[in-house]
Design a protein around this ligand. Structure first.
Ligand SMILES: [Zn+2]
Ligand SMILES: [Zn+2]
Length: 993
């Protein structure tokens, strides 16, 4: 327990700060923005919490404290800091909790709001309380709906029937981003697919900008990488394959999309998905040249019965599927028509197979079995040609390297499947038998000879395993650079006998039998592993980079370079694909903003009348019959209904509320019905930081003028788990607002830092384990300042830490020492802080060093090391401290323990808040490294002296001493019994006599 009355102090200052509006930026002068007042706006944002009635989690407090420390320093540096807070209270999270405890979400929201804000007032953050907002407030969601309407009007919101993610626990659809490893990000239930018609936002239109602009923002690296991967751009090429029937060249071509145009010379067949449009037409065409139409029709029918997942599973993308993948792959050859490989000009067969999905690229692929695992399995099953065009390369070529063609012999024993391996006695190496091909010898002959010489086993060749591998390496046994072209050959034992080997061979190496895994583990030379891995069947098709072979004029070219070259050569087009899909916005739930759309059957029908059948189909896709709610009618209020339970059908509970559903068509005035789904809660949070700056605006979502002044956000701190959710959606909406001319910047957050996660006693916090830390308990017992100090000292802020009750004592002790120090303060004699006659000559240096270090550390969010430095500084005050130095110390401590420092500051006679005082500056000349002469004694006798830096540790001084030539000579190789470093004065070496 702290010695000072933290309860009284913390309460007193909370109230005073609120009354004085200490943390309100001047711009927002109570609803009347005055843009001249805030001179240096600094928007310090933290992710607003989703509230639940259990109250604030210590993880929230950890994140908020870390964000607040940064903002407090900025305020003391003279910035007008805006640090708002609010509640992300709409959405599945809050609604699920309401369902669990059997309360209406609206009622629950009122309770949690009260409780959350009470708690948030206790933690000591400099929040701008006047600007708070809650996403379930109609004044807020009116504008969320307004955004939806604008999205619709500008063609960025559309309805589509699609196979979507469905959580059977939350009873709603989810966006792709909200499915983590196949599970619902909210409740962890395995997500299934459903065919439903839903609302989407066209985030894919922004894929390229979302990707490119990552470069211009200062964000945590891991978040940037996660977004890049999620957007998932793959560059590839569109390549046309002409078709040919008998001798007749058809006027059609099939276009394929491939990410590996460098392998075009190895494309030995073409595969069309059963839904391929040309195929669909051709099957109906009575004059078609296809010879086996009925067979194909049968196949198409069968594959229609499969779900997309079944088809993906059969593709065997994951290694665990590999065994069954070959078995599972199905297909049928299209007879009568061939394709022409545009690179080789050879005729190649066309296959129909459902491992090719219609939705990917063009619905047709060129199959390169030598370099694509799926194609390889398909080719194995149907006996199609495998042609290698990429040769793996290990290492970089070296000038003057010795060139050799070699053979790697792979002998597998039938009885146990083990491989014949040689152990080199002299070098302690392990490899497969490898040998140089002699003049006039075939690779197979070399292999047979080498195996016999080295191991005494008689073998016969089975086959070559793939093509050669290029290796550039340094052979340390021969002391030369090598350029090796290695050909692997599979062999089998003639019999189990082993012939006696020559004495020379016996001395050199020992044959042993190993399993494949064992072999990979034991092989001593990395360049031997690439080949072995491939040949042992760990990787059947070589999918990596390398140099081109069997590719005409491109032979020898690096495969990366060849991608563009070959595309150009055949007149193809370089094109990009993305992993990112459109944002699914509909939710079949209650607790969210109703999607502000109205469907009118009459208008929908008239849309069909005007156009042809084909156009009608596409008009259907383009939202026929859907009208946005006129802006003057917003918000569409969420009706108060008793049964808000999700229905489990594809309809929200709102669909049962007749007065809600019935509406007039805004276009024709006829009978229409309202959309009854609500929008995704991630839409609520995708724009809240725009509303904070202008939360009372009744005319617009936010004013352009205020946005220009306060946005983009200067610093944003939050959880890394939002990398491809919230943090992607906010970037998307910001770009959309930019395009609509609402703002003149297109990235929401200049700087974003992800904080780490807290665990408790080494384990993840969870309700089931009963180890969730409630910050209130600790604040009541120790005070908010102590808890803040403790949390920030746990470890680097971006890594989190382990919360252990017993360790809080350290923070308590530290703040008590600060509190007690006030008794010992002496007036500063000559006005220079830290300079006190005859007491501690180093104090001035430590003080200046601390100002620099703590400032730098806060800038980097290295709060734990900043606190360490505060501790060092406090210790240096033990022999006395002048008032000026103490005030500097309080300022440095202010961001961490805001209540205690404010109290002490005022006790020293100050009348303004310490938190709006100026952050201390340091004197560069005072923190320079000091050099000092140190004396070295051996058994008490001075033997040498040398210069050390004041920053050297005792250990460093010891090492330097023992390396002095004169001292080495004195020691004469003997180990000293003891070395004593008397800090900054002398080193005494004790030597046994
Ligand atoms: Zn769920
Ligand atoms: Zn109408």
């Amino acid at each position: 327990m702290p010695d000072y009355d933290f309860n009284k102090i913390e309460k007193k200052w909370s109230e005073k700060w609120l009354k004085d509006k200490t943390y309100e930026p001047l711009d927002f002068a109570r609803g009347k923005p005055d843009l001249d007042k805030a001179k240096k706006p600094f928007y310090n944002l933290m992710m607003f919490p989703y509230p639940s009635a259990e109250g604030l989690h210590v993880g929230n407090m950890y994140a908020f404290t870390g964000a607040d420390i940064y903002g407090r320093k900025k305020r003391m540096e003279g910035k007008d800091v805006f640090e708002p807070i609010g509640l992300d209270g709409f959405g599945i999270h809050s609604e699920n909790y309401a369902l669990k405890i059997g309360k209406h979400p609206k009622k629950l929201a009122q309770e949690t709001e009260k409780r959350f804000y009470e708690q948030l007032k206790m933690i000591g953050n400099g929040f701008s309380w006047d600007e708070r907002l809650e996403t379930y407030d109609p004044e807020y969601y009116k504008w969320t709906q307004w955004i939806f309407v604008q999205m619709f009007k500008r063609g960025l919101a559309y309805r589509k029937k699609a196979s979507v993610n469905w959580c059977a626990q939350c009873l709603t659809v989810l966006a792709d981003e909200q499915v983590l490893a196949g599970e619902c990000e909210r409740c962890g239930t395995k997500v299934i697919k459903k065919e439903l018609e839903q609302w989407f936002f066209k985030i894919t239109d922004y894929a390229e900008r979302l990707l490119n602009d990552i470069e211009k923002i200062d964000w945590s690296k891991r978040i940037k990488i996660a977004q890049k991967n999620w957007i998932g751009k793959s560059e590839g090429a569109l390549i046309k394959f002409p078709l040919k029937a008998k001798s007749l060249q058809l006027k059609v071509e099939t276009e394929v999309f491939t990410t590996r145009p460098d392998t075009l010379f190895g494309a030995t067949y073409l595969v069309l998905s059963p839904e391929h449009p040309w195929l669909t037409q051709e099957i109906l065409n009575s004059k078609s040249e296809i010879l086996n139409k009925s067979e194909i029709r049968n196949y198409i029918e069968k594959s229609k019965a499969k779900t997309e997942e079944e088809r993906i599973a059969e593709r065997g993308d994951s290694p665990s599927h590999k065994a069954s993948a070959e078995q599972g792959k199905t297909g049928v050859e299209l007879k009568g028509i061939k394709a022409i490989n545009p690179a080789t000009k050879e005729e190649i067969p066309i296959w129909i197979a459902d491992y090719v999905l219609a939705g990917y690229g063009t619905g047709a692929i060129m199959a390169v079995p030598a370099h694509d695992q799926r194609d390889f399995e398909f080719a194995q099953k149907f006996g199609l040609e495998v042609r290698e065009v990429i040769r793996p390369v290990y290492g970089e070529p070296h000038e003057g390297a010795e060139f050799r063609r070699t053979v790697t012999a792979i002998v597998q024993r039938k009885s146990d499947g083990k491989f014949l391996v040689v152990k080199w006695n002299k070098f302690n190496w392990v490899s497969l038998p490898i040998g140089g091909i002699d003049e006039g010898e075939t690779a197979e002959e070399t292999a047979v000879r080498e195996v016999f010489e080295e191991t005494g086993h008689r073998v016969r060749p089975v086959k070559k395993l793939g093509g050669e591998v290029t290796m550039h390496f340094f052979a340390e046994n021969k002391n030369v650079w090598r350029h090796r072209l290695d050909q692997p050959v599979l062999l089998e034992l003639v019999d189990e006998n082993q012939t006696e080997r020559s004495i020379e061979e016996k001395e050199k190496l020992e044959p042993v039998w190993m399993s494949g895994e064992e072999l990979i583990r034991s092989i001593t030379h990395e360049y031997n592993v690439i080949g072995v891995k491939r040949f042992l069947g760990f990787e059947l098709a070589y999918q990596g980079r390398g140099e081109l072979v069997n590719s005409g004029v491109f032979d020898g070219m690096d495969s990366e370079k060849a991608k563009r070259e070959i595309t150009k050569f055949v007149g193809g087009e370089i094109k990009s694909q993305y992993h990112l899909r459109d944002w699914l916005i509909s939710r079949q739930r209650y607790w969210g903003p109703p999607i502000p759309m109205i469907f009118c059957p009459a208008c929908a029908n008239s849309a069909f009348v005007a156009t042809s059948a084909k156009e009608a189909a596409s008009a259907g896709k383009k939202n026929a019959g859907w009208q946005p709610v006129p802006e003057k009618d917003l918000p569409v209020l969420l009706p108060d209904i008793k049964n808000f339970r999700p229905t489990g059908t594809d309809k929200s509970p709102l669909a049962t509320v007749e007065e809600f559903v019935k509406a007039k068509c805004p276009k024709c005035g006829g009978e229409a019905r309202r959309e009854t789904d609500v929008s995704d809660t991630f839409l609520d949070s995708a724009w809240y930081f725009f509303r904070y700056i202008d939360h009372e605006n009744k005319q617009e979502a936010f004013s352009r003028k205020l946005a220009k002044r306060w946005l983009p956000v200067d610093m944003y701190i939050g959880g890394a788990e939002h990398a491809v959710l919230h943090l992607l959606y906010t970037r998307f909406l910001t770009k959309v607002f930019y395009d609509w001319g609402l703002i003149d910047f297109d990235e929401p957050f200049k700087k974003f830092r992800a904080h780490g996660l807290l665990i408790k006693d080494g384990a993840k916090m969870s309700k089931s384990k009963g180890n969730v830390v409630n910050p209130d308990d600790y604040i009541n017992k120790f005070g908010a300042d102590t808890l803040r100090m403790y949390l920030m000292f746990l470890g680097p802020f971006d890594e989190g830490g382990d919360f252990r009750d017993e360790s809080i004592a350290g923070a308590v002790r530290f703040l008590n020492r600060v509190w007690k120090l006030k008794e010992k303060i002496t007036p500063s004699s000559d006005g220079v802080p830290g300079r006190m006659t005859g007491q501690n000559p180093k104090l001035e240096i430590i003080l200046n060093q601390s100002i620099k270090k703590i400032g730098d550390d806060i800038e980097k969010l290295h709060y734990n090391t900043a606190i360490s430095q505060l501790m060092i500084l406090l210790s240096s005050f033990e022999n006395g401290c002048d008032e000026k130095s103490f005030k500097i110390f309080l300022k440095l401590l202010a961001p961490f323990a805001p209540f205690l420092v404010e109290e002490l500051w005022h006790k020293l006679g100050e009348s303004e808040s310490i938190h709006t005082s100026k952050w201390p500056e340091y004197d560069e000349s005072k923190i320079k490294e000091e050099m000092k002469t140190i004396i070295v004694q051996i058994n008490g006798k001075v033997r040498e002296k040398f210069e050390i830096s004041s920053k050297d540790s005792d250990e460093e001084i010891k090492i330097q001493t023992l390396n002095l030539p004169k001292i080495k000579e004195f020691l004469g190789g003997k180990n000293p019994q003891k070395i004593i470093v008397a800090r900054n004065r002398l080193v005494n070496i004790v030597l046994a006599k």
